[in-house]
Design a protein around this ligand. Structure first.
Ligand SMILES: [Zn+2]
Length: 198
């Protein structure tokens, strides 16, 4: 699912990230003046500013009144929303899919808004656990539903490329709020609809 979040890049203050990256390249034994690396510090800074642009995203701006009154109280689920984030411990990517479900009280949110809410929190230095929780809380704040469930399946480069070097292990985190926490049938319905054993 592709989407374009409102990207606001933090204004630059003091020395640029790029100028520091030249030193980092040297410290890693590289020659920052060789052709392939000449513009790498600037590219790196640009990429990092984009990947952390979630800090300046605003929930209200993202939702932008895309809330619609409903009589139905059936569960709404958006499955398999891909996301890319970076772990705060190693600043290496982790990525995967998120499944978000909620039970409307009196309104529903435009479905395309849910991936953008995820990006708002994924484009930060994160822990998968916190990312999952923040998406659940933001959905609660934005929609005021009877409950929210978020299931997040991810793979972490810091595990795949270094450390334990396990290529195929995944990490699953979940957040259950409101009726999804208090009502087992609701939680089970969500988990079975997203294809997880209940
Ligand atoms: Zn890590």
């Amino acid at each position: 699912m592709k989407n374009n979040s409102v990207v606001k890049v933090m204004p630059q203050q003091g020395p640029s990230v790029a100028s520091r990256m030249k030193d980092v390249l040297e410290m890693l034994g590289e020659d920052p003046s060789r052709e392939g690396l000449l513009r790498t510090p600037e590219r790196y800074e640009k990429a990092m500013r984009y990947l952390t642009s979630g800090y300046t995203a605003n929930l209200e701006e993202i939702v932008n009144n895309a809330l619609f009154s409903v009589k139905s109280d059936s569960m709404v689920i958006v499955k398999d929303i891909e996301f890319f984030s970076m772990c705060e411990h190693h600043m290496l990517p982790f990525f995967g899919r998120m499944h978000v479900g909620y039970l409307p009280k009196d309104k529903v949110i435009g479905l395309s808004k849910i991936p953008r809410i995820i990006d708002m929190f994924a484009r930060r230095l994160q822990l998968q656990e916190r990312l999952t929780q923040q998406v659940g809380e933001a959905m609660t704040e934005a929609v005021g539903p009877r409950g929210v469930g978020v299931l997040c399946e991810a793979r972490h480069f810091c595990m795949m490329m270094r450390g334990v070097e396990k290529q195929h292990s995944g990490t699953v985190t979940s957040t259950m709020l409101g009726a999804f926490r208090s009502n087992r049938a609701t939680r089970d319905e969500f988990l079975s609809l997203v294809g997880r054993p209940v």
